[in-house]
Design a binder for this molecule. Structure first.
Ligand SMILES: *Cc1c(COP(=O)(O)O)cnc(C)c1O
Length: 382
């Protein structure tokens, strides 16, 4: 890939990650920050973001898979790396080879890892995942369904080194009464599991439960780590959702595309596939070199999505194509081939957010971000 500004690209403001991290740290006091950089750091580049965080003192990272962990290791990250999800048995040896920390996501799975480690005479590091209500992965630990003895069993497996315990919130973004009650009860269950281990004479190790919204809505809970991901990128999942604490986060992403052609069309002429836009009057149209194969979803076609040109807002018209789309620039003076259009970010003091795209698609910013195509170069901000 050309490491250059080409047809469409992301510019990442790595300096602003420091600001975002400090905002989190101010709220979390002594609770350390684990850098969750799964899914290529939510699409913005796992290795450069992990390196930035490491240089700022972050000593623990979280990823979704062994592949993502190896990418960090091979890229020079020497800090602890927790795999938040499943590693299949054929890759168990990689956990040892790359000194990774695996989630122990069930009693059966932990025993399988222990058998592997015993056969190879190695030790597998990990954190015990406790399921306090997400019902995704983890040892069940909910009212009416507590596999409490499994905790002790796993901690005592001789070829595993259980260095921590963690759980996850499904509704920490919701400030409604039921959701708050649910989340607070999860915290109680988590504490109950920790107390049980201590009573059994077992050191639970590192304790962590808070994701981004867990931080924004519950503040410092006094555990060892918190696990933000999206917050480093300076955004939450949905701008319309209020939170208990407000951090001064700044977005690090600018998404840009070049203008390839500008021309006037006459009243009655249509634009793009399907002819869904028909000009009512002479219209100046700019073609932008970005399309749905870059992650600008075809679902936002013909919904009036605005982009910035010369710092002014221009509406996209007609269907978004695979590699291109068109904008109405009738009211903007001087737009020409080679100009930069801003799809997400700031230009001449005006801003267009990723959130407006997510709202049109009825999804969360996490998905919009991770849909940015791998073919878009991720470049440091100019
Ligand atoms: C993705 C994930 C996180 C980070 O979530 P954010 O909402 O981006 O902060 C934390 N913990 C687990 C287990 C995750 O899967």
């Amino acid at each position: 890939m050309l490491e250059a500004y080409s047809r469409a690209w992301c510019e990442i403001d790595y300096d602003t990650i420091e600001h975002n991290l400090k905002e989190i740290q101010k709220l979390m006091n002594k609770t350390k920050v684990m850098g969750i950089v799964k899914a290529n750091a939510y699409g913005l580049g796992a290795l450069p973001i992990a390196k930035t965080l490491r240089d700022l003192g972050i000593d623990y990272f979280g990823v979704s898979s062994v592949d993502e962990a190896i990418e960090l290791r091979e890229g020079g990250i020497q800090e602890n790396i927790l795999i938040l999800g499943y590693t299949p048995p054929e890759h168990f040896s990689k956990l040892v080879e790359y000194d990774l920390v695996q989630s122990f996501l069930s009693e059966e799975y932990a025993k399988k890892l222990n058998d592997f480690a015993k056969a190879k005479d190695v030790v597998v590091r990990g954190h015990l995942k406790l399921d306090t209500g997400m019902n995704r992965i983890g040892i069940p630990f909910q009212d009416g369904h507590k596999e409490i003895e499994a905790l002790k069993t796993i901690y005592e497996l001789p070829y595993l080194r259980v260095e921590g315990i963690f759980s996850h919130f499904p509704v920490s973004d919701d400030l409604g009464q039921d959701a708050r009650r649910f989340t607070k009860h999860q915290i109680e269950l988590f504490e109950e599991a920790i107390s049980y281990l201590k009573e059994e004479g077992i050191d639970p190790g590192l304790r962590h439960i808070q994701n981004s919204y867990g931080i924004l809505n519950y503040g410092d809970l006094g555990f060892d780590y918190c696990r933000p991901g999206l917050l480093f990128n300076g955004m939450t999942s949905d701008d319309s959702i209020d939170t208990a604490y407000h951090l001064g986060l700044k977005p690090i992403l600018t998404l840009k595309a070049n203008v390839s052609l500008v021309k006037w069309i006459k009243a009655g002429e249509s634009v793009s596939y399907g002819r869904h836009f028909v000009a009512q009057k002479p219209t100046k149209v700019a073609t932008l070199s970005i399309g749905y194969a870059d992650g600008l979803s075809r679902l936002v076609s013909n919904q009036g999505l605005e982009v910035l040109l010369h710092g002014k807002k221009a509406k996209l018209i007609g269907n978004i194509c695979m590699d291109q789309c068109m904008a109405d620039v009738t009211e903007i003076e001087g737009v020409q081939e080679g100009d930069e259009a801003v799809i997400v970010g700031e230009q001449e003091g005006n801003r267009v957010t990723i959130d407006r795209i997510s709202r049109m698609m009825n999804t969360i910013n996490n998905e919009t971000l991770t849909s940015l195509a791998s073919r878009l170069p991720r470049l440091p901000k100019k």
